[in-house]
Ligand binder design. Structure first.
Ligand code: NDP
Length: 479
């Protein structure tokens, strides 16, 4: 048995995985389960001096890593996926305890599975040199070479999966990565990195937990060539400013407020479960979740009833209880945002179909699934990104009007159209201002399909060949 295999085996239990990453009790920042308040562990806090050292290590390691062939790096990604699969239960438990999401459903086990899936997909893609000119005038070939050191910063909602979205393509293209996780979910990302680092060469992937200031230092650092950021539009704007002096390449996946339009020919009963999970995946804490539902007046009452029926069947509770498929909000700040937006909607005359009444005696940041009907399009619950388990359902009569409403915000990450006639649905989809428009589904990301926002939802693409190109430099050779 090799040393690597021995270490991999060691990280397959939750206790061992946690012991490998946590700071000693009383040191570092205490991380608590948002469902129960129980202490999960302690996040070590790194300084700017640590960051300088990590970036120097990453620059050094990049030479050998970037010199490997695509086939060699792909083999590493596949071995990293094997390691994630071997430690899957331990990773899912860590994620569930720190982030709050249940083990079951489209939650912790699903997220860990997606990490392995994204690693394997990135290992599979082939980027062939592109012959641009080949005639009597000469030849020109376009290839993609490593950028160098990638700085990555992510949010707390899907901490492992979004980190993999940054790590996998960056490594595949020959870059090394220095990652600063969200202050709310650092242990999840440290745990994932510990598992990946069982098989990756030293210095290729480093995760440094710390606060927003450490993230800001990463974005301004001269030793970083490219930034991949997923988080709020506001922080994305700060990062763009901070990266200007060193002219770093940027990929910014920012906030959204996705519209879903239910066309008159849709069957409310048939689509209700798909609409529900499009909106409430990860208890609504998802960038590309359906956050504003527009339903034609002819279907409105049936759609509302069908959604209430689905909502009532979905158990919410502590993440590690196997029966739950919905969990708490990850943090108090997000709980407060959702509560205040729902209260504002109620005060404005909207009708709460279900939810809207969190149990104040229950520990944890649980907010019930909340469906809000008879709400105006300009109500803050519709116009702002609630990022939680509350869905406003807006009635419309006219297609042009609803398309204007859907396009009326500054953000444009995803959107969806629900209907039976596919040609009609595609014609509506073509008029929506969003990076992706799904038909009869929402938020179904795929590692083979480029994903990114328009307007203030982002800058650049992730996933697929386009995602690989965005963590590489185009290099033309002409002769
Ligand atoms: P934030 O923008 O608040 O934080 C994201 C990350 O940025 C955190 O790691 C944070 O660190 C760090 N950070 C904060 N300030 C700075 C700074 N000045 N410079 C560099 N880094 C900084 O977002 P949230 O974590 O609250 O995530 C929720 C938002 O993310 C929502 O708007 C959501 O829509 C969006 N999102 C977008 C996705 C997409 O793919 N488009 C996917 C998922 C979420 P710290 O925690 O230490 O403050």
């Amino acid at each position: 048995m090799t040393t690597e295999t021995t270490t991999a085996t060691d990280l397959t239990t939750f206790e061992n995985l946690l012991a490998a990453i946590t700071a000693p009790e009383g040191q570092g920042v205490q991380m608590k389960d948002p469902a129960t308040g129980a202490v999960v562990g302690y996040a070590p806090q790194r300084t700017e001096a640590d960051l300088d050292a990590a970036i120097a290590t990453a620059r050094q390691a990049q030479r050998a890593w970037g010199a490997k062939s695509h086939a060699e790096r792909s083999a590493y990604l596949n071995r990293a996926a094997d390691a994630v699969e071997a430690a899957a239960e331990a990773l899912a438990e860590l994620l569930s305890r720190e982030q709050g999401k249940p083990l079951n459903g489209l939650n912790a086990r699903f997220e860990v599975g997606a990490c392995a899936g994204w690693l394997r997909a990135n290992a599979r893609f082939e980027i062939e040199p592109q012959v641009l000119v080949d005639d009597e005038s000469g030849k020109a070939v376009l290839e993609y070479v490593p950028v160098g050191v990638v700085g990555a910063i992510g949010p707390w909602n899907w901490p492992m999966m979004i980190s993999i979205w940054q790590i996998a393509p960056s490594l595949r293209m020959g870059n090394t990565v220095v990652l600063k996780p969200s202050e709310y979910t650092p242990l999840s990302v440290l745990g994932l990195a510990a598992v990946l680092n069982q098989v990756l060469p030293e210095g290729v992937l480093q995760v440094l937990a710390g606060d927003g200031a450490l993230g800001a230092a990463l974005t301004a650092h001269e030793g970083v060539d490219k930034l991949m950021f997923t988080g709020s539009t506001q922080t994305g704007q700060a990062i763009m400013r901070s990266a200007a002096d060193t002219l770093k390449r940027l990929t910014l996946e920012l906030g959204g407020n996705d519209a879903g339009i239910v066309l008159p020919d849709a069957d409310p009963e048939a689509i209700a479960e798909g609409v529900f999970w499009g909106a409430f995946i990860n208890t609504g804490q998802t960038c590309a979740a359906l956050k504003r539902l527009y339903v034609h007046e002819s279907q409105y009452d049936q759609m509302c009833e069908a959604l209430v029926d689905v909502a009532k069947k979905m158990p919410m509770g502590v993440g590690t209880d196997e029966e739950n498929v919905l969990g708490p909000l990850q943090n108090k700040a997000q709980f407060d945002i959702v509560s205040s937006l729902v209260e504002e909607a109620r005060a404005g005359g909207a009708r709460i179909l279900t939810g809207g009444d969190p149990d104040e005696d229950q520990p944890g940041y649980f907010y019930p699934v909340t469906l809000v009907a008879d709400i105006d399009n300009d109500n803050p619950l519709v116009a702002q990104e609630q990022f939680g388990p509350a869905l406003p359902i807006v009635k419309y009569t006219d297609l042009d009007q609803v398309i204007d409403w859907a396009n009326g915000l500054e953000v444009g990450l995803g959107s969806s159209v629900w209907g039976t006639d596919l040609d009609e649905a595609r014609a509506v989809a073509a008029r929506l201002e969003a990076g992706t428009t799904w038909i009869n589904k929402h938020g179904a990301v795929d590692p083979r399909v480029p994903f990114g926002g328009v307007k203030k939802s982002g800058y650049g693409l992730e996933f697929g060949l386009e995602g690989l190109k965005s963590v590489a430099l185009p290099k033309v050779t002409s002769w």
